[in-house]
Design a protein around this ligand. Structure first.
Ligand code: CMC
Length: 376
């Protein structure tokens, strides 16, 4: 038994201050720079929210126009990056693909060695602009399709669809996607953001922090859950089987993906907004099956386990209804969360102290090194 107060998983530990977002489990709410996330989702574009996260205030019309123009101008990938993407092993995981693409972008960035704040801000803009193209090119390559050239006249959300599918869907679909990007953009000291801040605390660069963030986000307990949710819904297949399927998960004491949260224990403020837009997608597509199944699963989880869904639960079927293949779901989370990660990297650098906690040793007692002849 430990003599020190060890918080496994750092549960309840306040590691630092932040002015980027506030997670309030008492009221199931989340604000970015003071604005409730659901209000941002309903009233703003993702570009406005990216600006807010990076600058602390919402942009006025001319600031937004400049921000959009800068982002749109940086969308093209270098020929070298296209070659690297073509060389990715067949069947590579899309999160590994975007992680590797970001790592390569770090090497070819014109300000590669510069960790100053102005350079970090310019690098963040380049990453925001280029990540969708890299995700889309890697995905299209797995299908033997050539990359689509970026169109700077499109909004960020429209451009994402265009890069993946070569066309932009109807406005309701683009709006639902934009809402999901806003809801995914930022969330306090979650695992990937804390990883990014830890990397930054050593004096390393933005691309390194983002590569670490992507690696952390891939896991099924974090961002990987949105894909796992859709695999689960596909496995259930029919709303009539949902309750019985859930019971078998309970019998095996298995996790149900898209449910539970380290901080919110009474509900995730992002869920009602995402559910509303997922329902809209179900209407647009004319396929009610997934949302019906979701409703039954959520009601049963609450009744039997008192566990609420998290954002990944409605996001999974929403992305499926928008036409995205399941392997793109977590990379979409990356395309959004780059905004939150960069905001935290800038904040960490501005008032840095090396992140270096302690551990309590529980291994073998101190002993002398035996010669080779005396080893078992
Ligand atoms: N399915 C079944 N039981 C669950 C679940 C779940 N999804 N989540 C929590 N529980 C149970 C857990 O087993 C524990 O039971 P017991 O007290 O009997 O051991 C109890 O609820 C308390 O949970 P916990 O283990 O203390 O929760 P945690 O804070 O350590 O973990 C979590 C949080 C998100 C890792 C966990 O809820 C989980 O694995 N959920 C499924 C994966 C998922 O949806 N992740 C997305 C997270 S949110 C957004 C994001 O980052 O993408």
């Amino acid at each position: 038994e430990s003599k020190t107060d060890i918080r496994k998983g750092l549960v309840g530990v306040v590691a630092d201050v932040t002015a980027v977002s506030k997670v309030m489990p008492e009221t199931n709410s989340l604000t970015y720079r003071g604005y409730p996330v659901q209000d941002l989702a309903e009233n703003c574009s993702f570009e406005e929210v990216a600006y807010l996260l990076w600058n602390g205030e919402l942009p006025n019309a001319s600031e937004l126009a400049d921000f959009r123009a800068e982002e749109a101008a940086e969308r093209a990938l270098s020929p070298a990056l296209h070659e690297v993407i073509r060389a990715f092993p067949h069947g590579a995981h899309p999160m590994d693909a975007i992680r590797t693409a970001v790592s390569f972008m770090g090497m070819e960035d014109p300000e590669a060695g510069d960790v100053s704040e102005p350079a970090t801000r310019r690098k963040a803009m380049r990453l925001l602009a280029k990540i969708p193209g890299a995700i889309a090119a890697a995905h299209r390559a797995t299908k033997g399709e050539a990359p689509v050239a970026a169109d700077p006249s499109l909004s960020f959300a429209e451009s994402f669809f265009h890069l993946v599918f070569g066309r932009v869907p109807q406005p309701e679909v683009v709006k639902a996607f934009d809402v999901s990007l806003i809801l995914y953009a930022e969330h306090g000291f979650n695992a990937s953001t804390f990883t990014a801040r830890t990397i930054t605390s050593t004096g390393a660069d933005l691309h390194g922090a983002v590569v670490g963030g992507i690696a952390a986000l891939k896991g099924p307990l974090h961002g990987g859950a949105n894909e796992a949710v859709m695999h689960m819904l596909s496995e259930i297949g029919d709303p009539a089987r949902a309750v019985e399927w859930l019971q078998s998960r309970f019998d095996h004491r298995a996790l149900v993906m898209g449910f539970g949260h380290r901080v919110y224990k009474n509900g995730d403020s992002r869920v009602p907004t995402m559910t509303k837009y997922a329902e809209r997608m179900a209407e647009v597509v004319g396929d009610r099956r997934w949302m019906e199944m979701s409703r039954l699963l959520a009601a049963e989880m609450l009744a039997k386990k008192n566990i609420h869904p998290n954002l990944d639960f409605p996001a999974g079927p929403a992305y499926h209804l928008m036409g995205f293949d399941i392997p793109l779901f977590t990379p979409i989370f990356v395309a959004s969360r780059i905004t939150g990660w960069a905001a935290h990297v800038i904040e960490q650098s501005a008032d840095n102290r090396l992140i270096r906690p302690l551990s309590e040793y529980t291994g073998a007692a101190q002993r002398s090194v035996p010669s080779m002849a005396h080893r078992g």
